[in-house]
Design a protein around this ligand. Structure first.
Ligand code: CTP
Length: 395
């Protein structure tokens, strides 16, 4: 998506760098339009390096290519962060005395603003009326938050956190096709302790499960994410329940799934656990040259969820396979979906360098009958959206 980030002249402009970065990392083509005052607070080279595009600020630059309207016409989304009281007043009056004003007036894209100012200015009747005008025109206002301001004062007026601005901005451009659905997702990899300091684990980072949770929340779902030893930060805007072992994951998923409309088991689950866990650290001196471990089978959580599912609940499993031949991989997946009884199985090949802890993923999705209903490759977020497409509408 082509996203214009408008930056205006307030101290919160330094936080706009994080807004730009988050949008770029989410895969968007970001074009910064900064006011001259914004560039007093944050440097053009910083914004150009982070946005990977030229920063525009001058109304009389690029006149031959009619830049004052071209940027707005090409935008799919405009985010103004921070939006000062002055900018808000200009927007409310439809003024276009700088490049940002022209860009917004010339655009039909949705506009999101993140106000930032001192409490007195935010509460001034002029600003209150301007904000009401903008809301009435369909502009989305994110924040402001309440907290420490630039001086010694604190109160409402602080710009919302960059991640919250980006989440709100992206959600308005996305269909809310999962609104009202409750989705429980597991992510990460379980760990089975051997003693107080050691465990048997796997290489799952939790990225795919986290991407599913973020994507589902952005599409309006109420998401519970059960995390097992995530290597990355848990997403915001979802309910998090932390576990570590397979038995903990089983109990937590069972409880979190009872009233869910959709359950997705993206976690990599240890199939076996040590039969006994040593109270103290296992010592070489007492073990000698060979250490025998006896492992016992863990429950199949997905299978258990399918057996006890409430009527109408959709259950999605993941299959991680190292089989290289695509036909043989599909045959394994068909056997797995039949054994587990889930509605959809997302199949991906994993290996020493594929699947785990990587940014991208390549999957085939099959239904209960073993038929291919989807294929997706790209970022884990786009794979997540593809899986959710199949859930949002009948396949
Ligand atoms: N799964 C589970 N409980 C287990 C093992 C796996 O719920 N004890 C779930 C995983 O979360 C995933 C699906 O089952 O959604 C398939 O996991 P995978 O590891 O590919 O398959 P396994 O059942 O472990 O079979 P195998 O190891 O023989 O491939």
């Amino acid at each position: 998506m082509n996203v214009v980030v408008g930056i205006t002249g307030g101290i919160a402009a330094y936080k706009a760098v994080s807004v730009v970065r988050a949008l770029v990392l989410a895969g968007h083509d970001v074009h910064v339009v900064a006011t001259e005052n914004a560039l007093r607070f944050v440097g053009r080279p910083t914004l150009e390096a982070i946005s990977r595009n030229t920063v525009h600020s001058d109304l009389y630059e690029g006149v031959a290519e009619v830049r004052h309207v071209a940027i707005g016409q090409a935008a799919d989304l405009i985010v103004v962060a921070p939006a000062t009281a002055n900018t808000i007043a200009k927007l409310a009056s439809g003024l276009a005395d700088d490049l940002l004003g022209n860009t917004i007036l010339a655009s039909t894209a949705p506009v999101v603003i993140a106000p930032a100012m001192h409490t007195e200015m935010w509460q001034n009747p002029a600003t209150v009326a301007n904000i009401a005008t903008l809301r009435g025109r369909g502009i989305t206002v994110v924040g402001p938050a309440s907290g420490q301001l630039t001086g010694r004062d604190s109160g409402p007026g602080r710009m919302s956190e960059p991640d919250d601005i980006v989440a709100a901005a992206l959600s308005i451009t996305r269909p809310q096709d999962l609104a009202g659905r409750r989705i429980t997702i597991s992510a990460g990899g379980t760990r089975e302790p051997l003693d107080p300091v050691r465990f048997i684990g796997n290489r799952s980072s939790g990225r795919q499960g986290v991407a599913l949770a973020e994507a589902a929340a952005a599409r309006g779902a109420a998401v519970t994410l059960v995390t097992a030893n995530l290597e990355i930060a848990a997403p915001r805007g979802v309910t998090i329940q932390k576990v570590s072992t397979t038995l903990e994951l089983e109990a937590t998923m069972a409880a979190a799934s009872t009233d869910a409309d959709v359950v997705i088991m993206a976690a990599a689950v240890a199939d076996y656990r040590p039969e006994t866990v040593a109270e103290g650290k296992i010592k070489k001196e007492t073990q000698g040259d060979v250490l025998d471990l006896r492992l016992v089978k863990n429950p199949d959580i997905l299978h258990g969820l399918v057996e006890r599912r409430p009527v109408g609940q959709i259950i999605v499993g993941f299959a991680a396979e190292t089989e290289e031949d695509p036909e043989a991989l599909l045959a394994l997946a068909r056997g797995k979906v039949a054994r587990k009884g889930c509605d959809l199985l997302v199949v991906n090949r994993v290996g020493w360098s594929e699947g785990f802890a990587t940014e991208g993923n390549e999957v085939v999705i099959i239904d209960r009958a073993g038929d291919i209903v989807g294929e997706a490759s790209g970022s884990k977020r786009s794979v997540a959206d593809h899986v959710l497409d199949l859930i949002a509408r009948p396949y």
